[in-house]
Design a protein around this ligand. Structure first.
Ligand code: GLP
Length: 253
């Protein structure tokens, strides 16, 4: 893919307004595809960033604005070693934040399984990729961004052509995410993550980032060199990416 379009940015007064706008984009997408008799495939993200976005989607659903009956979802990543029932698993996060509150069909939910045995992982990751292709590819991929520029769990050094695989988590990421864990249960050291190429295959990408703490990373991702050292910089090569920013994260851009 050549550099055809620098991602566009939309700056909102605050994260709530940005999250609402992105939720409205999702509603419009689902409705327009429904009108054409087509399902919608969403790539979904976890972390603190998308919480208000999922809240906005829940509210739009309970207000009767949107149904998820035609929606299939693929989550970016999951910690390895965590059972689905574990309160820290991304499976749980997604059910609490969205799936338990909307009419999505359980068979249409895909979150990587963190309990797959090491010997099965390679085949499992390949099958996750195949499922995305069989579903028709991702129409809209939702992303957050790590303070080290990671997308999904594609940490610095991740290859542009990487696919779903097992990744080792950086110390910085484990420290950032430690707030969600307890002393007794530490942040896992490995995860399954969609690859950079999996993400870049999405027809459209929306990346959310909030607060001054992300401003320098956002600035580098948008305008710095395209490098595996900052995996979000690969989005510069994607033809249809929008950064949804609040004033803080847009500070440097
Ligand atoms: C997490 C997730 C990413 C997320 C990022 C930022 O570890 N794997 O998908 O975008 O790190 O997290 P937060 O939104 O909590 O800042």
């Amino acid at each position: 893919m050549n550099k055809t379009a620098t991602p566009t940015t939309q700056v909102f007064p605050d994260s709530a307004a940005a999250s609402q706008a992105l939720a409205m984009e999702v509603v419009a997408l689902i409705k327009s595809r429904e009108a054409q008799g087509l399902p919608t495939v969403l790539g979904l993200a976890t972390g603190g960033t998308p919480i208000q976005f999922y809240e906005a989607l829940r509210k739009l659903h309970s207000a009767g604005e949107i149904s998820f009956r035609t929606v299939t979802t693929f989550n970016l990543d999951e910690y390895l070693g965590l059972d689905r029932a574990d309160p820290h698993s991304y499976w749980q996060f997604m059910h609490e934040q969205l799936f338990d509150h909307v009419d999505i069909l359980p068979d249409n939910i895909h979150v990587p399984d963190g309990t797959i045995a090491d010997s099965e992982l390679e085949a499992y990751c390949r099958s996750y990729e195949s499922s995305i292709v069989e579903a028709g590819g991702i129409d809209l991929q939702i992303l957050g961004i790590g303070t080290n520029g990671h997308i999904g769990f594609n940490e610095p050094g991740a290859a542009r052509d990487s696919r779903t695989r097992v990744v080792d988590l950086c110390e910085k990421t484990r420290n950032d995410n430690a707030v969600h864990f307890t002393e007794e249960q530490q942040v896992p050291t490995r995860a399954i993550s969609m690859g950079c190429a999996t993400i870049l295959d999405a027809k459209r990408i929306a990346l959310m980032a909030w607060g001054e703490r992300k401003a320098a990373t956002v600035q580098s991702a948008l305008h710095g060199p395209i490098t595996p050292e900052l995996p979000a910089s690969f989005l510069q090569e994607h033809p249809d990416t929008t950064y949804y920013l609040d004033k803080g994260s847009a500070g440097g851009s």
